[in-house]
Design a protein. Structure first.
Length: 232
């Protein structure tokens, strides 16, 4: 589980934070003073928290955590004053959901020369899941596909689509193959399956970084901490 949205306790929250029962968690650190913990480099590795269900959660049901009253108050205040009068730029998730063939550089150029908008906005980049070079032949890096780990971040390369070949079934996107160029060099990779290419938001260009985006620490309930930690 990577992301958990907020709902207040008693109004939708169905999990809570608790000190972990994992083997790495050392309850003995809870008896130390904050000053001692700050001087002990191992303390940060010996303390952990778990996310514990506070009620039965059905399969497919969303998990909600109470971020704390300070977060709730700050968000309500932000919502009252928030105003964004610009059009939201299209995001990578939206383009991926459209399930269209990836446009080539030539197609993009022709569209813009005819007065149209670039089908790939400047806040979005095209990336391919390719293995790192496994060998060098005549000074050229050779890439290969890894079907079992095609979405492994270690294999992600920013790329440009140069050519597109329509497969046996034009309506079946999975039958399309592409020739791509890796931006980090001049390597051309042919026969790249459609499923190995995706759109991603450019660094710091997603809505998380839009002007006026709400940010506030997720608070940990004070009653979870030893009393000596609270008397600072």
């Amino acid at each position: 589980m990577n992301l958990i949205n907020h709902k207040p306790t008693g109004r939708g929250a169905n999990v809570k934070l608790a000190w972990s029962n994992a083997s790495y968690h050392n309850d003995g650190f809870l008896e130390h003073s904050v000053e001692d913990l700050m001087e002990d480099a191992d303390a940060i590795l010996g303390l952990g928290m778990d996310i514990i269900a506070t009620e039965d959660i059905k399969a497919g049901e969303e998990v909600f955590l109470d971020y704390g009253p300070e977060w709730q108050t700050a968000f309500e205040e932000h919502s009252k004053n928030w105003n964004y009068d610009k059009q939201w730029p299209k995001q990578a998730d939206e383009l991926n959901a459209e399930s269209n063939p990836f446009p080539t550089n030539k197609e993009r150029k022709e569209i813009m020369e005819n007065g149209g908008e670039d089908p790939i906005p400047e806040n979005i980049m095209t990336s391919c899941f390719l293995k790192a070079p496994t060998s060098i032949e005549n000074g050229v890096s050779v890439f290969e596909f890894d079907e079992k780990k095609k979405y492994d971040g270690d294999h992600l390369q920013v790329c440009e689509v140069i050519e597109r070949e329509i497969g046996p079934t034009e309506d079946d996107l999975s039958s399309y193959v592409y020739t791509v160029r890796i931006r980090e060099g001049v390597q051309m990779v042919t026969k790249v399956p459609h499923d190995f290419i995706m759109y991603f938001d450019q660094p710091y260009k997603s809505l998380l970084h839009a002007p006026g985006t709400f940010r506030h620490p997720i608070m940990i309930p004070s009653d979870i901490f030893p009393e000596t930690w609270l008397d600072l």
